[in-house]
Design a protein around this ligand. Structure first.
Ligand code: NDP
Length: 295
C-alpha cells in the first residue's frame, strides 16, 4: 500500500529567502537599518542567540549594536541605556534579550522601549495594537509561522486553526494573527479537555507547548498543515537531540504539510527579527513597507 507522507515546510530555506529579500531591500534604500541588542548577564544560551542575531544582522547589510551589561546592572542603568537607544536615530530596532536577571523588572524594561522600535513586539502598546487589528510590531516567532502558512496555503480565511499554548510570546499573538486572517481559532492549553479531539478539528495546527512529541499522528486531521514551534532538548539512545512538540514520525504520515524540528520554525525567528527591523526603519523614514514581510 502506498503510504502518503506530508510535504516538509523547509524553514531553513524560507528563512534564507527572507534574509535575501531583506538584504536586497536594505541595500536599495538610502537608510541603513540598525538593530540594538541588549544582553544583561552571561546566560550561555542567551549569549549564543545574541551572537547569531548580531552575525545575521551584519550579513543582511544592517548595523548591529551590541550592548553587553554585567549581571548586577541596576534597573536605572538599564533604563538609561534604553532611553539613549530610543533617542538614537541610527537605531531602528531595540531588543532586550530575555530572561533578565531576577532583580530586574522585565515588564518595565520592555515597556520603556519606544513602541516603534520594539522589534520583538512585546511592548504593551504593540500587544494592544495587534489585538485590535491596528498596525503593530508583531512578535517574531508567530510572524514566522504566519509567513510559512500563507506561503503554503495562500488565503487562510475560513480555515479552522488550533493553537496549543497560550504564552504571551507565541500562543496568544499566533492566535491573534490567525483571527486577523479570518481563521476560526481555538486556543488550547494545559486545562483543555480532550486535547486530542480539539486538535483533530484543525486544518491548521500550531503547537507551542514545550513538551517533547506530545502531539501524535492520530491527533491530526488528514491533510492538515502542522507548525511545530516546540524546541525540546532530550536524551535519546545516549545522545542529545532536539525534538518538537509534535511526534514527527507519526504526524508526517497524516498531515498534508509539516515543519521539522530542527529546521522549521527555529530559523524563521531571527529572519523575522531582521524583517521587523527593516519594517521599523521604513516606517521611521516614511518609506514603503517591505512587501510580504509583515503581518
Ligand atoms: P510557555 O511555557 O510559556 O507556554 C507553554 C504553553 O503550553 C502554556 O500555555 C501551557 O498551558 C501549555 N501547555 C503545557 N503543557 C500542556 C499540556 N500538557 N497540554 C496542553 N497545553 C499545555 O512556552 P512558550 O510559548 O514560550 O514556548 C513553547 C515552545 O516553543 C517551547 O518548546 C519553546 O522552546 C519553543 N519556542 C520556540 C521558538 C522558536 O524560535 N522556534 C521561540 C519561542 C519558543 P498553561 O498556560 O495552561 O500553563
Amino acid at each position: 500500500m502506498d503510504m502518503k507522507t506530508a510535504s516538509l515546510i523547509d524553514g531553513k530555506a524560507f528563512a534564507a529567502d527572507i534574509r535575501a529579500r531583506v538584504a536586497h531591500l536594505t541595500t536599495r534604500q538610502g537608510v541603513t537599518p540598525g538593530l540594538a541588542v541588549v544582553l544583561v548577564g552571561e546566560d550561555p544560551a542567551s549569549q549564543v542567540y545574541v551572537r547569531n542575531k548580531g552575525r545575521q544582522t551584519v550579513e543582511v547589510g544592517m548595523n548591529s549594536f551590541e550592548h553587553k551589561l554585567p549581571a548586577d546592572t541596576p534597573q536605572a542603568e538599564l533604563m538609561g541605556l534604553i532611553a539613549r537607544l530610543n533617542a538614537d536615530p541610527a537605531v531602528h530596532g531595540i531588543l532586550v534579550q530575555l530572561p533578565l536577571p531576577g532583580h530586574l523588572d522585565p515588564e518595565a524594561v520592555i515597556n520603556a522601549i519606544d513602541p516603534a522600535k520594539d522589534v520583538d513586539g512585546f511592548h504593551i502598546l504593540n500587544v494592544g495594537r495587534l489585538a485590535t487589528g491596528q498596525r503593530a510590531m508583531v512578535p517574531c516567532t508567530p510572524l514566522g509561522c504566519l509567513l510559512m502558512l500563507k506561503d503554503r496555503l495562500g488565503d487562510l480565511a475560513g480555515l479552522d486553526a488550533v493553537v496549543v499554548g497560550r504564552s504571551n510570546i507565541v500562543g496568544k499573538p499566533m492566535a491573534q494573527l490567525l483571527v486577523k486572517e479570518s481563521c476560526t481559532v481555538t486556543i488550547a492549553h494545559s486545562r483543555t479537555r480532550d486535547l486530542a479531539e480539539v486538535c483533530r478539528g484543525a486544518d491548521i495546527l500550531v503547537a507551542a507547548v514545550g513538551r517533547p512529541r506530545m502531539i501524535r499522528g492520530d491527533w491530526i486531521k488528514p491533510g492538515a498543515t502542522v507548525i511545530d514551534v516546540g524546541i525540546n532538548r532530550i536524551e535519546e539512545d545516549g545522545r542529545a537531540r532536539l525534538v518538537g512538540d509534535v511526534d514527527f514520525d507519526s504526524a508526517v504520515q497524516v498531515a498534508g504539510a509539516i515543519t521539522p524540528v530542527p529546521g522549521g520554525v527555529g530559523p524563521m525567528t531571527i529572519a523575522c527579527l531582521l524583517a521587523n527591523t527593516l519594517t521599523a526603519c521604513c516606517r521611521a523614514n516614511g518609506l514603503p513597507e517591505p512587501e510580504g514581510l509583515t503581518a
